[in-house]
Design a protein around this ligand. Structure first.
Ligand code: A3P
Length: 308
């Protein structure tokens, strides 16, 4: 296990370090007083976080159409807004909370009481989504990340317009200009058997959203009154049509607003763009970093269905 130590009795991961960068300050979690019914949604980023927040929000609020998912489900370790603004808002919530993180397990304060859902997605899909996210970020985004006091490390700069170049840079530089990818996936995979952890894959949500939502509901002990409404409100088309309520800050950080954030909602856009050598380099690296089983899961999920 490269990334964490375990509490010998409970196999509970123990936080061993903090992460700081232009986006993240992992110490924000120190201000969260966990409640027994809290839910944490974790991903590397661009892996279906918002989709899972919508699913969980719909389950908690029993399919209500007017749930302000993004507002209710803050990214705790994002440095923005500052902790004195964000943390009291989280504390003031009276609903069942569903909080978001992009931290690897060993940089997170982990609680036995809380339920954790981790969403995985093939790194190539993550990068194609990230490229759209980064390329379309507006000046407000750069100012917020680069000028908000407390940034550690370099500013985030404008990306190459070429997704292939962007991908190669990311793969060669351990997640740059964001944060390391492999350790994030590896750390969550290592604790997948804990009873309060559920692993979900983007491709499985695409292949069988209905079944996956039921699996998630069972994990959270929620029995909704109308599955059909929930499924409708978690579909790509419904979320895109109602994007401002579903995505961070109503999409204020992106040219084209919230609909830019919910870009295409499909996997495999890199096919035909990456060379055979690129794909081989990615896949070999995945096995080296994650091991065969985790690399296979990350490539296509557990249902082995379509990744399109
Ligand atoms: P694309 O950029 O590939 O379209 P995150 O929320 O982790 O940032 O991930 C965003 C990605 O999830 C985007 O991928 C977005 O379109 C996709 N997504 C969000 N909701 C979705 C849904 N209901 N169905 C399919 N994809 C969805």
């Amino acid at each position: 296990m490269k990334n964490h130590e375990y509490n010998a009795a409970h196999k509970r991961p123990i936080k061993t370090r903090d992460i700081h960068n232009h986006h993240i300050d992992s110490t924000f979690w120190e201000d969260v007083s966990f409640r027994p019914d809290d839910i944490v949604i974790a991903t590397y980023a661009k892996s279906g976080t918002t989709w899972m927040q919508q699913i969980v929000g719909q389950l908690i609020f029993d399919g209500r159409a007017d749930v302000a998912t993004a507002e209710l489900s803050p990214w705790v370790d994002l440095r923005i807004p500052p902790r004195e603004v964000k943390m009291p808002e989280i504390e003031a919530q009276t609903n069942r909370r569903f909080l978001k993180t992009h931290l690897p397990v060993d940089a997170l304060i982990f609680s036995d009481q809380v339920k954790y859902i981790y969403i995985g997605r093939d790194g190539r899909d993550v990068m194609w989504s990230m490229h759209n996210h980064h390329l379309n970020a507006n000046q407000l985004w750069y100012d917020a990340l680069n000028q908000t006091p407390g940034r550690v490390g370099p500013e985030i700069e404008r990306p190459s317009p070429d997704p292939v170049e962007y991908f190669r840079h990311w793969l060669a530089n351990d997640g740059a200009p964001f944060w390391p990818f492999w350790e994030n996936v590896r750390s969550w995979w290592a604790i997948r058997d804990l009873p309060n952890v559920l692993m979900v894959h983007f491709a499985d949500l695409k292949a069988d959203m209905s079944g996956e939502i039921r699996r998630i509901a069972e994990f959270l002990d929620i029995e909704p009154s109308d599955w059909n409404v929930i499924e409708e409100h978690c579909s790509f088309d419904w979320m895109k049509a109602n994007a401002p309520a579903c995505v961070p800050l109503g999409g204020a950080f992106w040219e084209g607003g919230a609909r830019t954030f919910l870009h295409k909602g499909v996997n495999g856009r890199w096919q035909g763009m990456l060379t055979e050598a690129d794909n081989r380099a990615y896949e070999e690296r995945a096995v080296t970093e994650l091991g065969e089983d985790c690399a296979a899961w990350l490539r296509k999920g557990r249902l082995s269905g379509s990744s399109a």
